[in-house]
Design a binder for this molecule. Structure first.
Ligand SMILES: *[C@@H]1O[C@H](CO)[C@@H](O)[C@H](O)[C@H]1NC(C)=O
Ligand SMILES: *[C@@H]1O[C@H](CO)[C@@H](O)[C@H](O)[C@H]1NC(C)=O
Ligand SMILES: *[C@@H]1O[C@H](CO)[C@@H](O)[C@H](O)[C@H]1NC(C)=O
Ligand SMILES: *[C@@H]1O[C@H](CO)[C@@H](O)[C@H](O)[C@H]1NC(C)=O
Length: 437
């Protein structure tokens, strides 16, 4: 996700057999219980909030003291992290970051790497703890291969919330092979450059074609200047099902949602995208809805990914220029048409000019230019141009601005976690600052 500020109220994902989450996500033990079991304050292990003593060894020692259950606590204040930490194998533990951690080292890898953990929580009780990656010091020279801020690998029953991740040299937050997790009330603000991803739930392309993604709920996301949401690039043996995105607000994104593939194999099915608001969607290159057959992606081989049972409902907002790039673009492979696609209650209008078009190619279902499935799935192309705004069109805005435009050559300020992530919606979970203080 390039060019962005991103605030999210919740990303929850787990492995259960329904698009609605039907099992528990998040840690199993409360913070109160963890704290009663053991409190491992980094200051007792050598940390000093002087922004010059290396936090790394103290954090590692505090973790080792709480590895079998307890609360690792970084009090408020400024800390310098010079050596990266791998915190491996903990259970029933939490990491409470009330301070601000500044990047002091230049190694690659991950500043904070948490692996093989169960019943884990990472949060700030004040909702103002943060990690400042000062990635601009890399980006100023055009380098986007510096360290990542936070990586979770093989972590189960966990949550990450109420923390701000700022200006990572590379990706901000990666979750690889994690289950029963919940991520919410976060602010992530990165540099103005491709490759500085905000959150990678599925990891990269290797992850997505080697491992199925199932039962994922993404909810209440507020993005400014982002690549937008995307599933893909899909390649061989894709297996994606039961995915739901809802309450997604984007401002000036490349696209509101894109499913992209070029050839490949396997399926994407049972997916719902609902309550999307996009303002100035597709300011840049991509398209608002693009299903399969993304021609600027290198062909993956295979007969094409099969897309079926995909619903887009309750979308509104504006695209930058509807005559140049219309808001509906469902382009499926002529040899492997998409089926059971539904577009309903979809009312986007153009910021510029007074026409917009809808393009459907070899896609079957209902809504706009989609052809009904009457049994014979032949290839077709239909473009419809309209010159009046659709019924129900509106372009709501957020109360709080998500500032962007910091570029890549100067320090990016740590953002404040907002109190709303979607117009008119209060966060699903209260901010930690309201719970603990
Ligand atoms: C802490 O140290 C880092 C690295 O030297 C620096 O960039 C940052 O501005 C310092 N923070 C404060 C609050 O002084
Ligand atoms: C970019 O940063 C990484 C990590 O510090 C380093 O290994 C690499 O040499 C840098 N690349 C360039 C072109 O400076
Ligand atoms: C289509 O997907 C929805 C949402 O995941 C699901 O509830 C429904 O059962 C699916 N329909 C079929 C025919 O599989
Ligand atoms: C997005 O960022 C731009 C540039 O900083 C700002 O003008 C705009 O108001 C922001 N929009 C929202 C919805 O936060």
């Amino acid at each position: 996700m390039a060019l962005f500020s991103l605030f999210l109220a919740s990303i929850s994902f787990l492995a259960y057999a329904s698009a609605q989450l039907s099992g528990s996500v998040g840690p199993l033990t409360s913070i109160t219980n963890k704290k009663e079991t053991a409190l491992c304050n980094v200051v007792d292990y050598g940390a000093v909030a002087d922004n010059s003593t290396d936090l790394g060894p103290a954090l590692k020692s505090a973790f080792e003291a709480c590895i079998d259950g307890g609360l690792v606590y970084i009090p408020s204040g400024d800390y310098l992290l010079e050596t990266w930490v791998t915190l491996s194998g903990g259970s029933a533990w939490a990491l409470q970051i009330d301070g601000i951690i500044y990047r002091g080292g230049t190694d690659g890898g991950n500043m904070i790497y948490i692996e093989h953990a169960t019943d884990f929580e990472l949060f700030s009780s004040t909702s103002s703890g943060a990690v400042q990656g000062s990635g601009y010091l890399y980006h100023i020279d055009g380098n986007i291969s510096g360290p990542r801020i936070l990586r979770l690998y093989e972590v189960t029953d966990f949550s990450v919330h109420d923390i701000a991740l700022t200006d990572s040299p590379s990706f901000h937050f990666t979750m690889d092979t994690c289950t029963n997790g919940e991520v919410y009330n976060m602010a992530i603000r990165g540099g103005n450059e491709g490759g500085l991803d905000g959150i990678d739930v599925w990891g990269d392309n290797i992850w997505i074609h080697d491992s199925p993604a199932e039962n994922i709920l993404v909810e209440d996301i507020y993005c400014n200047m982002s690549g937008g949401c995307a599933i893909g690039s899909l390649a061989l043996d894709t297996s994606i099902s039961n995915i739901q995105y809802r309450n997604i607000y984007t401002w000036s994104s490349n696209q509101m949602m894109m499913i992209k593939s070029n050839e490949g194999s396997g399926t994407v099915e049972n997916v719902v995208f609902e309550n999307f608001i996009g303002i100035l969607c597709e300011n840049f290159l991509f398209l608002c809805i693009l299903l399969t057959y993304w021609s600027s992606q290198t062909a993956a081989g295979g007969e094409g990914v099969t897309l079926t049972n995909i619903t887009f409902s309750s979308w509104t907002g504006t695209e930058a220029n509807g005559a140049l790039r219309g808001p509906v673009r469902v382009v499926c492979s002529s040899t492997n048409p998409c089926t059971d696609i539904t577009i309903s209650d979809f009312a986007m209008w153009t910021e510029t000019g007074d026409t917009q078009w809808y393009l459907c190619e070899s896609a079957y279902g209902s809504g706009f230019c989609l052809k009904p499935d009457s049994g014979s799935l032949t290839s077709y192309t239909t473009t419809t141009t309209v010159s009046t705004a659709p019924t129900g069109y509106s372009a709501p805005t957020m109360a709080a601005d998500l500032a962007t435009g910091f570029g890549t050559t100067r320090s990016i300020p740590i953002p404040t976690i907002p109190t709303s992530f979607f117009p008119g919606a209060t966060p699903i979970s209260s901010l930690a600052a309201d719970i603990y203080h």
